[in-house]
Design a protein around this ligand. Structure first.
Ligand SMILES: Cc1ncc(COP(=O)(O)O)c(C=O)c1O
Length: 441
């Protein structure tokens, strides 16, 4: 069941005062004075609330949300089912520590995630607070289980901000600069991006690594986003995932899928890897699975989750309120949100492809469901990334009532709430089109 609010009942997009308005400016001024300078703050959006896929700022401007707070607000804003679940859980108890004690929501969520695993068989779940904490735990689990140290990850990948997450990531150098030394024994290989490289280039680089530097029997895990998020919303070929599945199976290596951004119904299936018919040994989730409440999980085959009692834990991981939000979200994904992501994703993809035919600067449009990348280039022949255009598009769309977010060198990641309506698609496309026309002048 999707949110019952209809776009016709809400007046959006609407810009009442050029953002940032006066109330937004006051908050931004305070933030600039007291918050850490490491925060990015893409553009001066100061949110006050929202309904469905509409975001309202503190000055009463209303936007169509095509980014869901970085692919998190899967059920949109004020979803009645999620709100009720959170309120009811909060009214009972806020904490007990799931590592040390029991409660219903914790066990229910472990079961729901274990049973959602692709590929069949028995799986188990460890609950964390975030994506990076889940990745950190997955690395520990893979090393503990295999008794091996090396890890393989991919160019342009992003796995979070903690030391394992950061060391595995290679999407932007600023995420690593000044923070070394990184976790040792991590090797990066090319990810298949059909717009920019070939499958052969990727597999040849892998063969070279394993012939010259790294014996496969030293590798604990290959860690991959089945669809790359932060690195550019990249959709690899099925063969690429199958190559790595086979390689891992043949060499006793664990295949770990990072479904933090691509999972939880966003692509039209619960997990993105299901589109490729490739099942991992471990996967991690976070972001959209909690619809905005902080929760993540490591889900592993029972035969792999062999670490003993006390070897890993988390004070807040699987917090009761976050568990309630995740259980409600999983229910909604199964009851219609994944199907809506497929339907609206197809509409959005078709609309963006039409815009590609009109605007030379759109080099590539790719995606599954509501996980869509629009790569902007200076010239479609040279495919030179148009990073400034991406930044300008983000800013201009904001002033016209559409929330966008860039990724990679020059892509827009279209990752709206899964409650997106046809109105949100069509109106957003109009704004996207108008912005590109204006920027081309
Ligand atoms: C694929 C992927 N993995 C891990 C993370 C880290 O998640 P978190 O920010 O919840 O720690 C992210 C965050 O963007 C992500 O996109």
């Amino acid at each position: 069941m999707a949110s019952t609010i209809t776009p016709a009942q809400l007046d959006y997009p609407r810009i009442r005062v050029a953002p940032p308005g006066p109330k937004a400016k006051a908050i931004i001024a305070k933030d600039k004075e007291f918050s850490s300078p490491s925060y990015i703050k893409e553009y001066p959006l100061v949110i006050a609330g929202g309904r469905g896929a509409m975001v309202e700022d503190v000055d009463g401007n209303r936007y169509i949300d095509w980014m869901a707070g970085i692919a998190v607000s899967s059920t949109g804003y004020q979803h009645p089912v999620v709100t009720k679940a959170v309120q009811e859980a909060a009214a009972k108890f806020l904490h007990i520590c799931g590592t040390d004690f029991y409660y219903q929501g914790f066990s229910d969520l472990c079961e729901a995630l274990a049973k959602s695993a692709p590929g069949g068989g028995k799986w188990r779940t460890f609950l964390s607070n975030s994506g990076t904490e889940a990745i950190e735990g997955a690395v520990k689990l893979a090393r503990h289980h295999t008794k091996r140290a090396a890890l393989v990850s991919f160019h342009s990948s992003f796995h979070g901000r903690s030391y394992a997450g950061m060391s595995l990531s290679s999407s932007k150098v600023k995420y690593r600069k000044g923070f070394g030394p990184m976790l040792p024994e991590i090797y990066h290989l090319p990810f298949h991006n059909p717009y920019r490289n070939t499958l052969d280039e990727c597999t040849n680089a892998a063969k070279d690594l394993f012939e010259t530097k790294l014996d496969p029997s030293d590798v604990a895990a290959v860690i991959m986003e089945p669809l790359q998020g932060e690195g550019g919303y990249v959709l690899p070929s099925e063969e690429f995932l199958q190559y790595w599945r086979e390689f891992c199976t043949d060499n006793g290596i664990l295949l770990v899928f990072d479904e933090v951004q691509s999972g939880a119904g966003r692509t039209g299936k619960m997990w993105a890897c299901e589109h490729f018919g490739v099942a991992p040994d471990i996967f991690v989730t976070a972001k959209g699975i909690g619809a905005g409440m902080p929760i993540g999980a490591i889900v592993a085959k029972e035969s792999v989750m062999t670490w003993p009692r006390g070897s890993h834990g988390s004070t807040y991981g699987g917090n009761p309120v976050a568990c309630a939000a995740a259980l409600a979200t999983i229910g909604l994904i199964k009851d219609g949100l994944a199907a809506n992501a497929s339907k609206m994703g197809a509409r959005l993809l078709a609309g963006l492809k039409k815009l590609q035919a009109k605007h030379e600067c759109i080099g590539d449009v790719r995606g599954l469901g509501l996980f869509i990348g629009v790569e902007l280039v200076k010239d479609p022949k040279t495919k030179e990334p148009a990073g400034e255009l991406m930044a300008a598009l983000e800013q201009l769309a904001f002033t016209k009532g559409l929330l966008l977010l860039g990724c990679g060198k020059s892509a827009i990641r279209v990752a709206p709430p899964l409650v997106l309506s046809a109105y949100d698609v069509d109106k957003g496309l109009e704004i996207f089109d108008a912005c590109l026309t204006e920027l081309a002048r």
